[in-house]
Design a protein. Structure first.
Length: 267
């Protein structure tokens, strides 16, 4: 789907803005993607609120979460979440880490996430909890050491969602759009589940229903339909990311093309 690296960079900047615009991430949280054709590398923004991320903010990392080139800018401290999951899960092409308000009541009480409607099935039947305290004792709650990221990746297992006690959530996908779809709709589900718990007992989808409904993001046009809708909402909010700056060689070409276009416009 994503043909070139420039296109991938723009798509990832847009993904960050979509997840922010939908209320899943705010000043913190981040979305990464594996570099197309380079399973040993991933792209993640420099330390910046996701709603502001541009293609040029994206840094290329190896799976040990080391930048390929010294970026000369601040980096996210929790990037090992991404690198260690990419190492453990070759099928995962994108990762989103967030502290969405909708999830916080579940994370504070250790209440299981259960799908309460078809789109909530994207989170799985009963996604695992991970408690940093279990293995690492008192920490500042940030996942910064490779062994902490690896522990989180083990807890995730083969699932798509892992709940981080007193912290947040990490969601993965088999593509960038799949990851965004799961991030947004699992957050909606958490919101509805917590509201439902306040007024009565929750009737969740059965394991069979969860499995069937969970295929929605892969087997229907829902993924592209949602992406188009969320992109429109970002555009209405005035938040479309700028295009990536082409590299030096192609910049001259672009300038020539621009000149021709301007010439035509005059005629
Ligand atoms: Mn975090």
């Amino acid at each position: 789907m994503v043909a070139s690296l420039l296109e991938a960079r723009r798509e990832l900047a847009l993904a960050n803005r979509i997840v922010a615009n939908e209320g899943v991430i705010d000043a913190f949280g981040h979305v990464s993607m594996r570099v197309p054709g380079r399973p040993d590398r991933y792209l993640l923004s420099r330390s910046r609120a996701p709603e502001l991320v541009t293609p040029d903010d994206l840094i290329e990392y190896d799976l040990d979460s080391q930048p390929l080139r010294e970026p000369g800018v601040g980096q996210y401290s929790e990037r090992v979440i991404h690198g260690e999951i990419y190492k453990a899960r070759p099928d995962v092409m994108a990762v989103c880490h967030h502290h969405c308000p909708a999830f916080m009541p579940l994370l504070a009480t250790g209440t299981d996430y259960v799908p309460i409607f078809h789109l909530g099935a994207v989170g799985g039947i009963r996604p695992p909890f991970w408690d940093q305290r279990d293995e690492f004792g008192d920490t500042n709650m940030l996942v910064v050491k490779p062994e902490e990221g690896a522990s989180l990746a083990r807890a995730l297992g083969q699932g798509f969602l892992v709940l981080m006690k007193r912290h947040g959530v990490t969601v993965v996908g088999t593509s960038l759009r799949d990851c965004v779809f799961r991030a947004v709709f699992s957050a909606r589900n958490a919101e509805y589940q917590v509201r439902a718990l306040a007024i009565g007992s929750v009737s969740a989808l059965s394991p069979g229903e969860t499995e069937l409904a969970g295929g929605i993001s892969k087997k229907t046009t829902g993924l592209d339909r949602s992406w188009e809708y969320w992109t429109l909402r970002v555009a209405k909010a005035g938040g479309v990311p700028p295009a990536a700056k082409p590299r030096a060689g192609s910049r001259r070409k672009a300038a020539r093309a621009g000149g021709r276009k301007a010439g035509r416009a005059k005629r």
